[in-house]
Write a protein that binds this ligand. Structure first.
Ligand code: ADP
Ligand code: MG
Length: 461
């Protein structure tokens, strides 16, 4: 059994949905569960509608609502034959009704609570999964829509909820296994869950990859295939650096490091359940399904040691901590790592030294909260201060821990840019630099040229 996850760009129109149905049909023999994101840009538009309502802009909220409804109704009509259009429309009605009610309530209270934001945002995945399920059934894939709010059980931390694996795994197995045994393909929305009491939550931005890994781990899938708009993980973000090459294999630790360091693909939560259950993840291009993509979790033991990829986090603030006492510094670092774990992926360690450490944070809105956690956690033994406006560049590879010559080469390539070697084994498989935003394009081109240029080779092992 395998899990297929389709991102927003893979389901952005009737035509894309037809292509996705073709991919599923071609893989039917392997037995499938399908997880899908909201159709392109829907989540952002939904949240804009909610923000407009909270600001008292009723017309703005209704205009966004109409746009979302018109788009979904129009594209969905293209995925089923005329005789089934009324049934599909009727299946979408409850979600639009619910959304309307939510927006009215936000408008009348003039408040957008995290709980209300999740209720609104969840509509995107509920709509997309319903449409995809209909499209499958009409293209020869016998599918069963599953309400993700009944199977992904989370805590109450709205907008960034964490799954409660006990009840989630149990519900996934009891709901999905009978469907699979009956030869059907369960289709469910990603990103969305609900508390034990049934209140809708979300797993945080881009959380559909995470949902797919939760499902794959619970069912012991052979693989999770994440279908997106690039042909795999690349040696840098192809939007920033078009010359980036495809990476054939990554370890779970490298992929986690990349996603926490700004690559954002796959969602950082994905790697936890996948690595614990030993379920490899494959990143594939839904527009070129024949391409090989990247496998995460199965390293090629013969691959030569190399930096795998360069990731950037802009809008970073630097938090420095200097130990005040002369006593052992381990307590300070231990405390800092614990706090980083809590605020992952927004907070990461740049450098840990005997006399203090430096952290980068890319969430302005959480600065106060994180600062006060650090103060109460390690403030007794350290002085803390914040510097604004930097980009953190991370050069990622697990080979750094085992190949000192690779560390040397990397530090040499980065010599003009204040390289910080992250503590091996304690933190992350990466060398990090702090760059000025203006230097960034030139810096990435140079680092890529020195560490990742492959001549005619298009692929990094
Ligand atoms: P989806 O809608 O399928 O979830 P996303 O837009 O969230 O897709 O993620 C895919 C995007 O991730 C790519 O288009 C690419 O710009 C970006 N990305 C950032 N860093 C990398 C990287 N190292 N390798 C591949 N893609 C990357
Ligand atoms: Mg995405």
């Amino acid at each position: 059994m395998i899990v297929l996850k389709f991102g927003g760009s893979s389901v952005d129109s009737a035509e894309s949905i037809a292509r996705v149905a073709g991919i599923a049909r071609g893989l039917l023999e392997r037995r499938l569960v399908v997880v899908v994101s909201a159709m392109a840009k829907t989540t952002r538009r939904l949240l804009e509608a909610a923000e407009a309502a909270a600001a008292g802009d009723r017309e703005g909220a209704l205009a966004a609502f109409d746009e979302i409804e018109t788009f979904h109704r129009r594209e969905s009509q293209g995925v089923v034959p005329p005789a089934s259009r009324a049934a599909l429309d009727a299946a979408l009605d409850p979600f639009f009704n619910e959304l309307r009610t939510q927006l009215d309530e936000i408008f009348s209270t003039r408040a957008l609570t995290p709980r209300a934001a999740d209720a609104v945002a969840s509509c995107g995945e509920l709509l997309a999964s319903t449409i995809l399920s209909f499209a499958f059934t009409h293209s020869g894939v016998d599918s069963a829509w599953v309400d993700c709010r009944r199977v992904i059980v989370t805590d109450h931390d709205f907008t960034r909820a964490r799954p409660l694996y006990g009840p989630t795994d149990a519900r996934l197995r009891e709901t999905l296994l009978p469907l699979l045994r009956a030869g059907r393909v369960p289709v469910l929305g990603g990103y969305v869950g609900a508390t034990l009491q049934g209140v809708t939550t979300t797993l945080g931005k881009e959380g559909s990859d995470f949902s797919a890994a939760i499902v794959g781990a619970a069912l012991g899938a052979e693989e999770v295939l994440i279908w997106t708009d690039v042909d795999g993980m690349r040696t840098a973000d192809p939007r920033l650096f078009p010359g980036a090459r495809r990476i054939r294999t990554l370890s779970f630790a490298e992929a986690l490091e990349l996603s926490c360091s700004g690559a954002k693909k796959p969602h950082y939560g994905t790697l936890g359940p996948a690595s614990r259950a030993g379920v490899p993840i494959r990143i594939l291009d839904s527009r070129h399904p024949e391409a090989q993509g990247t496998v995460i979790g199965r390293r090629n033991p013969d691959a030569p040691p190399t930096i795998k990829s360069i990731a950037c986090r802009s809008n970073a603030h630097l938090i420095s901590a200097r130990a005040t006492g002369r006593e052992e510094n381990d307590g300070l670092l231990g405390g800092v790592f614990e706090i980083c774990e809590r605020f992952r992926p927004s907070l990461l360690v740049l450098e840990g030294r005997a006399d203090g450490c430096e952290l980068a944070l890319d969430r302005e809105d959480r600065l106060a909260e994180i600062h006060s956690s650090l103060l109460s956690g390690v403030g007794q033994s350290a002085e803390l201060w914040v510097t604004r406006g930097r980009t953190v560049v991370s050069l990622v590879s697990e080979d750094l821990a085992t190949h000192p010559e690779l560390v040397e080469r990397t530090l040499e390539a980065a010599r003009d840019h204040d390289p910080r070697l992250v503590l091996k084994g304690v933190a992350a498989p990466a060398v990090r630099l702090l760059a000025d935003d203006e230097d960034l394009p030139g810096l990435i081109a140079r680092l890529h040229g020195e560490l990742l240029a492959g001549g005619s080779e298009e692929v990094v092992e």
